[in-house]
Write a protein that binds this ligand. Structure first.
Ligand code: FES
Length: 159
């Protein structure tokens, strides 16, 4: 079957099996930032944005994506503010093995879409949707807090 949707800002006519998940489709198309770790979505490594909201691609059937907008890490990397968030993760030592990192970055992007200036509690809640075996979450939280502080300072300079 064919499903038409927006993928990283471009229209796509996706040819897929009726029961195929977005995770399987995206990986077949070379979007390797979307990672498999569990069939129930518990790890969050399969996170994508659907209409700006963070969702588990392994739990979404391709057939349900008609007319919707899907974003993967590959799409966000074209976005300058997002690259600044990515740099904050690097600078804060929030990336170790990196398996969870795409999911974490997309979870934060989804949070910022809904709450542009979140507090630490909201950051922790968003990151808790992505399982990280390496960092203990301290560094990722610090990275997001640091990114938001820099962003807000720049905004005040510009005002
Ligand atoms: S950095 Fe290794 S799982 Fe998070």
């Amino acid at each position: 079957m064919i499903t038409r949707f927006q993928l990283n800002g471009a229209p796509v006519d996706a040819v897929h099996e009726p029961g195929e998940t977005a995770l399987d489709y995206l990986r077949k198309q070379g979007f390797t930032s979307v990672k498999f770790a569990a069939e129930d979505g518990e790890t969050g490594s399969d996170t994508i944005l659907v209409d700006g909201r963070a969702m588990n691609s392994g739990l979404i059937l391709m057939a349900t994506l008609g007319g919707r907008s899907v974003t993967t890490l590959e799409g966000l990397l074209r976005d300058e503010p997002f690259r600044t968030l990515q740099a904050a993760f690097v600078d804060s030592g929030a990336i170790q093995c990196g398996y969870c990192t795409p999911g974490m970055l997309l979870a934060i992007r989804g949070l910022l879409n809904e709450t542009p200036d979140p507090g630490e509690h909201e950051i922790r809640e968003a990151l808790s949707a992505v399982y990280c075996r390496c960092t203990g979450y301290v560094k990722p939280v610090q990275a997001v807090v640091s990114y938001l502080a820099t962003k807000n300072a720049k905004k005040h300079e510009d005002d």
